[in-house]
Structures are given as C-alpha cells and as structure tokens.
Write a protein that binds this ligand. Structure first.
Ligand SMILES: NC(=O)c1ccc[n+]([C@@H]2O[C@H](COP(=O)([O-])OP(=O)(O)OC[C@H]3O[C@@H](n4cnc5c(N)ncnc54)[C@H](O)[C@@H]3O)[C@@H](O)[C@H]2O)c1
Length: 203
C-alpha cells in the first residue's frame, strides 16, 4: 500500500476490506481485532501521510449489540457483543483520533445486512464461505445447496424467528457516495424475519 500511495494521489479512501464473520470472530477474537483494527489504522496512517484526508469505513450495526429500542437511533449506546463488532468500534475510535490530531475526516457507515444484486446483473452476492441468508435460501430453493437451517424459533417476534434489517447494495453504494459529500445519516432498510425472508426466496 505504501507503493500505491507513493505512485498515485488520492482524494480519499473507501475501506471495505475486513474479516467479517461474526461467528468466526468469537473463535479467533485476537486475529479479528489485530486485522481489522491494525489494517484500518495502517491505511489511515498512509492516507494522512499522503495528505489524503477523507476516509469512509465499512462499519457495522454490530456495534450496537442488543439495542434497548428498535429502530436503533444513531446515538444509541455502542455495546458490541462480538469480537467482530468490537474490532469495528476500535477502528472507528482510532479514526476519531486521526481526525482530532491530523484532520482526517471520516464517515463510518454502520451497515445492517447488505443484500441484493446490481439491477443490470453485473454484480451479485458471492461470498466464500457463503454465510448470508438470501443466497443460502436461493441455493436451497434451486437445489444447488443444502436445505436451509433456521437458527432460533423462539424469539419474541410474530413468527418466532430473528428479525433483521436488509439494505440493498445499490442503496448502500449510493450512501457511500453521499457520505463523501454530506455528513448525514442514511437509512434505507427493509426489516423482515428470517422465516419470511426464506419464504420470499422460495424456501
Ligand atoms: N455484508 C454485510 O452485510 C456487511 C454488514 C456490515 C458491515 N460489513 C462490512 O462491509 C465490508 C465488506 O463486507 P462484505 O460482505 O463484502 O465482506 P467480504 O468478507 O465478502 O469481503 C471482505 C473482503 O476483504 C478482503 N480482505 C480481508 N482482509 C484483507 C487484507 N488484509 N487485505 C486485503 N483484502 C482483505 C477479503 O479477502 C474479502 O474479499 C466489510 O468491512 C464488512 O465488515 C458488511
């Protein structure tokens, strides 16, 4: 990355790379914190040294842990319950210091579940390993993957399964561009239960 910053001049950084599996983070918390925090700080440091003073971080709704109320307010307490969430919180805090001391202006977008495909079909969901509900449900419906397992059926929700918020990738891409120019919260989520989503996907 040092070579990249030496060779080109950038207006700012969009930082998407991370270790991002919540379950894995609870097996390897130190690796998650090391990777996600130190690599974000390294990138921020390179940006500052290059005079590139805008930074957008892929953060996560996992910062809020188990919120006191729904919908979650942006100023709700930050209480991550996974090492993954903690690593993003630490990265956000590091960026605050980079602003205070070096003037690195950052926006940390706390995504819920990113979902969907580009409307022209140019990109879609393809994780390896696949852990996301919608692709797993579609694969199950097509018979190209194993049957869908629903974890937890006794939540205090209308159908007993966990309720999640989904944001379409196109809205998310738009939010990134807006965060570049304006400092404002962006909300464009759809809320649904795991069971309802599985049924919507045909499984
Ligand atoms: N997908 C979601 O629903 C969601 C929700 C909240 C936050 N996020 C965040 O958004 C970002 C992108 O998520 P995603 O779903 O595309 O995740 P992903 O795991 O599919 O993609 C992350 C990519 O980062 C790469 N990476 C990790 N460490 C790296 C390193 N040191 N150097 C170079 N590349 C590295 C991985 O190889 C992977 O390709 C992540 O920061 C994630 O934490 C995603």
């Amino acid at each position: 990355m040092t070579d990249v910053f030496d060779r080109w001049k950038f207006d700012g950084v969009f930082h998407f790379a991370a270790l991002s599996l919540v379950g894995e983070s609870m097996q390897q918390p130190l690796r998650y914190i090391r990777e996600n925090v130190s690599n974000t700080m390294l990138l921020a440091e390179l940006a500052v040294n290059a005079g590139c003073l805008r930074f957008v971080l892929s953060s996560t709704a996992a910062l809020f842990g188990y919120p006191d109320s729904i919908p979650i307010r942006e100023d709700a307490p930050l209480r991550p319950v996974s090492a993954y969430g903690e690593s993003k919180l630490m990265a956000e805090r590091g960026l605050e210091w980079a602003d205070r001391v070096h003037g690195l202006k950052s926006a940390c977008l706390r995504y819920f579940n990113a979902a969907g495909a580009d409307h022209l079909g140019r990109i879609g969901e393809a994780h390896n390993p696949e852990t996301h509900l919608i692709p797993l449900a579609i694969k199950a419906a097509l018979g190209t993957g194993p049957g869908l397992k629903i974890f937890g059926t006794d939540y205090d929700t209308p159908d007993g399964t966990c309720i999640r918020d989904y944001i379409h990738v196109t809205d998310l891409a738009d939010a990134h561009l807006r965060s570049w120019t304006v400092s404002m919260p962006v909300a464009a989520c759809v809320t649904t239960s795991v069971l309802a989503m599985a049924i919507l996907c045909g499984r």
